[in-house]
Design a protein around this ligand. Structure first.
Ligand code: HEC
Ligand code: HEC
Length: 319
């Protein structure tokens, strides 16, 4: 009996030692690096493509990379990133050759946006957006814009501030978050005459689902519809003061979701942030003024087709 207790004691001590050593090791090392595949890719650009890319980048990249002091995409401290992930800084992505992406090839940018792996192999955790489902033509448009002489992208030598990922981030990067595979086939744009298909494409690629499902940690970025509480809200993004802002339920549940909303009400909310002509929606729900009524109506049509989930979410007080 004594011997068994001794063995159990030793086992517990060794488990603790292994856990402690693991903690020290993971904390001392950086987010893992991966091999980068050399891919053959060159952007196809013209003025219409750049314009389309700018619209997408303004909705998808500028909210994180815009620096209001330089007026360009030179990166900034991400006040709204959950602090459990560390101290996060978006980076300079202007044409600058030292701090920006002036020295990146089109293929290296594409590789990062698809997989989450930078040109030096460093993996970027989910606080940097990835576009595993975006149509080839749309990614091409974004890269065309990044490469263009648009004033937002003009070379600006503002140095990057390195991100300081927390232990939790480093741990999750080893056990849960991994680079996405490059899509094995061409991804086509949705048929714009099929509003449900267009709406699904937008709801996924504009990242509506990632905020409006249960939790960033349980989102399934490769198969978004399998995310916990898909579109049923309750996720806790922060506003710029670091206050938790609960996301509303957008499933067609009549009581707790948007099952009773008219299309017009939804369009006003999404494009202008106005609900019932009185409430204005607070950050991080920034109005999507660049989307057309038709595009937002398509998102509405799609949301009406997903499974309703009963989940009452309290309205947050922004201040
Ligand atoms: C939710 C915030 C967020 C969004 C949205 C976002 N980024 Fe980022 N981005 C970051 C952060 C944070 C980093 C730094 C990651 C790190 O340090 O690991 C980063 C890094 C990068 C880098 C690497 C820069 C370097 O010098 O290492 C590029 C390129 C980039 N982002 C481009 C984009 C583009 C293009 C878009 C839009 C399609 C975009 N990002 C959307 C937050 C974001
Ligand atoms: C960065 C996270 C984030 C993203 C991305 C996001 N939302 Fe939101 N959304 C929120 C938050 C937080 C609120 C609640 C704001 C408040 O309480 O004032 C909200 C509110 C809403 C509302 C109002 C619902 C209600 O019951 O009042 C609608 C509709 C909505 N979002 C639709 C969308 C659509 C469509 C997209 C994609 C085009 C989207 N959201 C992208 C965070 C986000």
């Amino acid at each position: 009996m004594k011997k068994i207790l001794k063995i159990i004691g030793l086992l517990i001590i060794s488990l603790f030692t292994i856990a402690a050593a693991g903690y020290v090791y993971i904390n001392a090392t950086d987010v893992p690096k991966y091999e980068t595949l050399k891919i053959d890719y060159q952007v196809k650009s013209d003025s219409l493509t750049i314009k389309r890319g700018k619209k997408l980048a303004l909705m998808l990249c500028a909210n994180c990379h815009m620096n209001h002091e330089t007026g360009k995409l030179t990166g900034t401290k991400m006040l709204d990133a959950p602090t459990e992930f560390g101290e996060i800084y978006s980076q300079n992505i202007t044409q600058d050759k030292t701090y920006g992406i002036g020295n990146w090839t089109d293929a290296e940018i594409l590789y990062l946006l698809r997989t989450g792996v930078k040109k030096d192999g460093q993996y970027t955790p989910p606080y940097m957006a990835k576009l595993p489902h975006m149509a080839d033509d749309d990614i091409n448009a974004i890269i065309s814009f990044l490469r263009s002489d648009d004033p937002l992208m003009k070379a600006d030598p503002t140095p990057d501030t390195p991100t300081k990922p927390a232990f939790l981030t480093k741990l999750l990067c080893r056990v849960a978050w991994k680079p996405f595979p490059l899509p094995s086939e061409k991804i086509q744009l949705p048929d714009t005459t099929n509003t449900v298909a267009l709406g699904k494409y937008l709801a996924i690629n504009l990242d509506c689902y990632s905020c409006h499902s249960a939790d960033f940690k349980t989102n399934n970025f490769l198969e978004p519809e399998l995310s916990k509480g898909y579109f049923a809200g309750g996720n806790k993004p922060l506003n710029r003061d670091g206050k938790v802002m609960l996301t509303p339920n957008l499933t067609p549940d009549k009581e707790t979701g948007i099952g009773n909303w008219s299309k017009e009400k939804f369009i006003k909310a999404v494009r202008f942030g106005i609900v019932d002509d009185k409430t204005s929606l607070a950050y991080p729900m920034t109005p999507y003024t660049l989307l057309t009524d038709k595009e937002v109506a398509a998102i509405y049509d799609y949301l009406q087709t997903i499974p309703p989930i009963k989940n009452k979410v309290q309205k947050s007080q922004a201040n």
